[in-house]
Design a protein around this ligand. Structure first.
Ligand SMILES: Cc1cc2nc3c(=O)[nH]c(=O)nc-3n(C[C@H](O)[C@H](O)[C@H](O)COP(=O)(O)O)c2cc1C
Length: 694
């Protein structure tokens, strides 16, 4: 064992249940065992997900939440013990490797409920609210403590009232559901959640609870629902059955759809630290045995789902503070790093380290820490691109695209949650594969192909692997992206693929290969306006090939443009953004936690943005734009163009040649400009196809 991390590998207790080490796999949708959307009620194939992780030193597993009641069809989960029976073998497997399991039971979302666009018109017309047909959407999912609260995703939609009668039914159902969990052999339960602005948190916070009954007003009243739940569970399951609470120490919320950024002074509308100090005592007195902590609400979502802009260990100091006010163990979540966690645990400031996305990305994460093999860890880059891609399509983050949502998968590791779809077996027919281009797409293809036993040559025309991802990873806050590049280069070296650097291929007929994979990427688009030659491309700026002055206009308010603006603001420069649409960071597939944090950071750093504005020219004075309020010049001494990428088309002629259809394959941006997710997934699937189906 690596001595630096010894504190992480000591036993501890939740109630009477001993956990072998201090690593808790945090609950994530996609890791659920029980899920009503699955036809069976339990998730088929989930044993494969846990099989990859159970022998890799996770002390406590908390699978993704179990709703008390189905979203559609009004099925109470406690009335279906058979779905719990089905997952007993997975629980037994985890137990046999020394791990423990807590099931998380959820009261639901209240105003944070994400409603499919198809249903929204009905809600606006009051149809769902009044009829609340169990065949459309169970009313409970559609109710909040305060009926006038705006829905997080669409503020024009208001919620139904969560009545006292409903509260009584829920409390009973929590007791019964916990009993089903206990009968299935799980070691404890976690209540979801006085956390992140979910239903119980909406009851707990003043800004979302204006009730005049026993569940509103004083802190005791606002916590009554959460406290009654644990009392009921203890009554039904016994005092020694451990109950954890998912808990946000502070709300970090300025108002509806307004989050505070790290270091900001603001007026808290949710739970302040002072209130939290009182709250945790009341919750402990009521019976909770553990607090699984971080910060945030859906209005400040990026504290609970920290994106790449969030500092590592972002919630640690808050959780360390709250531990002083409870005698029960606390777990800290949110981009936790093993060194910081080990120090904090050794000093008794927290009890365990919560790990979420990093365990989707690398199932062997904990084993690698234990063995001190940190460089072998495939680092989570906090992109949310496949685990939580809930889009925020406009600048308020209020529109979403649930039809494109997948959860609990991983951009960097397509295997995760696709274990029954893909194979890792040796290829049926070993082939010679030539890969042209050493960007992420090319490297992923070469690594995967080598792992399946193919003979691989990779040709990179420059002296550097990584392609455009080098520029993407250059910003100061992208330490994990830089680690990822290192990891790719190391994995490529280990893979046995022959790598030919500084080797440009322009004629594929010279290659001795059965399959040729073109992965030559994309190049930055230019603008055709007068003075465009005065601008530098985002890629050149990020690659250090072009310098900029103090006042910088960024043309293009997509992800890269906004990230550059933030980076320049961090350097003390004065950036501004010109964007032709009405939204900053409006592209699909970008999680609302990421886009809203970036927009909040730009607000905090007072970066001006000109939306719905087109550029007419670049002059000595700056950028001439047509804005909704007329033509104007945005002053600048430098201009950065961030208007997207166009595919490299050098090999496009080969696409026409039908004889080459199976031999020449295109991967990533040179095929169609996409994202890291599309590039890696395409590479991964191509190797699956070549290995098993061709
Ligand atoms: C895909 C996904 C689903 C999540 N689902 C849940 C959930 O069901 N219950 C919950 O309490 N937290 C949920 N979370 C929050 C995580 O438990 C965790 O707090 C968060 O990812 C931050 O930790 P990390 O930086 O280690 O990933 C989810 C997070 C992700 C990424």
């Amino acid at each position: 064992m690596d001595p630096r991390f010894e504190p992480l590998f000591t036993p501890w207790k939740i109630g009477n249940v001993e956990i072998k080490n201090r690593i808790v796999m945090l609950p994530m949708e996609g890791t659920n065992m029980i899920q009503w959307e699955a036809k069976t009620g339990y998730v088929k194939g989930i044993d494969r997900f846990y099989a990859d992780r159970k022998d890799n030193n996770v002390g406590l597993f908390i699978p993704g939440l179990i709703p008390l009641i189905s979203i559609i069809g009004k099925k109470w989960v406690y009335k279906h013990p058979e779905v719990f029976d089905k997952v007993k073998p997975v629980i037994n497997d985890i137990h046999s490797s020394g791990g423990k399991v807590f099931f998380q039971i959820s009261a639901g979302s209240g105003r944070s409920m994400l409603l499919p666009p198809i249903l929204r018109p009905f809600v606006k017309k009051g149809f769902l609210k009044t009829v609340s047909s169990p065949f459309i959407m169970t009313k409970w999912w559609w109710s909040a403590p305060d009926p006038d609260e705006p829905n997080v995703w669409d503020p024009s939609v208001s919620m139904d009232h969560f009545t006292e009668k409903m509260i009584e039914k829920f409390i009973y159902a929590f007791g019964q559901t916990a009993l089903r969990c206990k009968e299935a052999g799980v070691d404890g339960v976690e209540i979801h959640a006085v956390h992140e602005g979910y239903l119980l948190d909406q009851f707990a916070m003043r800004y979302t609870n204006h009730r005049g009954d026993a569940y509103g007003g004083s802190l005791e009243n606002r916590l009554r629902f959460a406290c009654d739940i644990v009392r009921e569970i203890k009554k039904v399951c016994g005092e020694d059955f451990p109950v954890s609470l998912r808990y946000s120490v502070r709300s970090m919320t300025r108002g509806f759809n307004q989050g505070a950024v790290p270091g900001e002074e603001f007026t808290e509308v949710g739970r302040t630290m002072e209130e939290s100090e009182q709250a945790i005592k009341l919750l402990e007195e009521a019976g909770y045995d553990m607090f699984n902590c971080d910060n945030g609400t859906y209005d400040a979502w990026f504290w609970a789902h920290p994106p790449v802009y969030a500092p590592l260990n972002m919630n640690l100091s808050y959780v360390e503070h709250i531990k002083k006010f409870t005698t029960k163990p606390v777990v800290c979540a949110g981009r936790m790093q093993p060194d910081a966690a080990a120090d904090s645990i050794a000093a008794g400031r927290i009890d365990a380290m919560g790990v979420g996305r990093q365990l989707l990305c690398d199932p062997e994460y904990v084993t690698k820490i234990r063995e001190g093999r940190l460089e072998d860890i495939r680092p989570c880059i906090a992109c949310h691109g496949a685990c939580l891609p809930f889009n925020g399509l406009n600048s308020k983050g209020t529109d979403i695209d649930p039809m494109h949502v997948e959860m609990g998968r991983c951009v960097l590791n397509p295997w995760t949650n696709n274990e029954t779809r893909y194979s890792k077996a040796p290829a049926k027919h070993k082939k010679r594969i030539a890969v042209i281009g050493g960007g992420v797409g090319g490297m992923e293809t070469a690594i995967q192909a080598s792992l399946r036993g193919h003979e691989v040559d990779l040709y990179e025309k420059t002296g550097r692997l990584g392609g455009v991802f080098n520029a993407a990873a250059a910003m100061s806050f992208k330490e994990k992206d830089k680690e990822l590049l290192k990891w790719y280069r190391a994995e490529l070296e280990k893979s046995g693929a022959r790598v030919h650097m500084d080797t440009e291929i322009d004629d594929i007929s010279k290659l001795n290969a059965d399959v040729i994979v073109i992965a030559t990427g994309a190049h930055a688009k230019k603008l055709r306006i007068p003075g465009a030659e005065r601008a530098v491309t985002a890629e050149d700026y990020l690659d250090g090939k072009a310098e900029v002055g103090e006042r910088v206009v960024i043309i293009g308010g997509g992800l890269t443009g906004c990230e550059i603006a933030y980076e320049l603001a961090l350097q003390g420069k004065r950036p501004s953004i010109v964007e032709m649409t009405g939204h900053l960071v409006g592209a699909r597939g970008i999680c609302m936690a990421n886009s809203s944090m970036l927009r909040e950071l730009l607000r905090f750093h007072s970066v001006p943005s000109y939306l719905d504005s087109t550029c007419e020219a670049i002059t000595d004075e700056g950028v001439v734009i047509n804005a909704p309020d007329g033509k104007k010049t945005v002053p600048a001494d430098s201009v950065i163009l961030s208007v997207g990428y166009a595919p490299d088309e050098r090999f496009n002629g080969l696409k026409e040649d039908k004889k080459l259809k199976n031999k020449v394959r295109f991967v990533g941006d040179c095929d169609k400009v996409g994202s890291l997710k599309t590039v890696i997934r395409q590479a991964y699937e191509l190797v699956q196809e070549i290995s098993y189906r061709q």
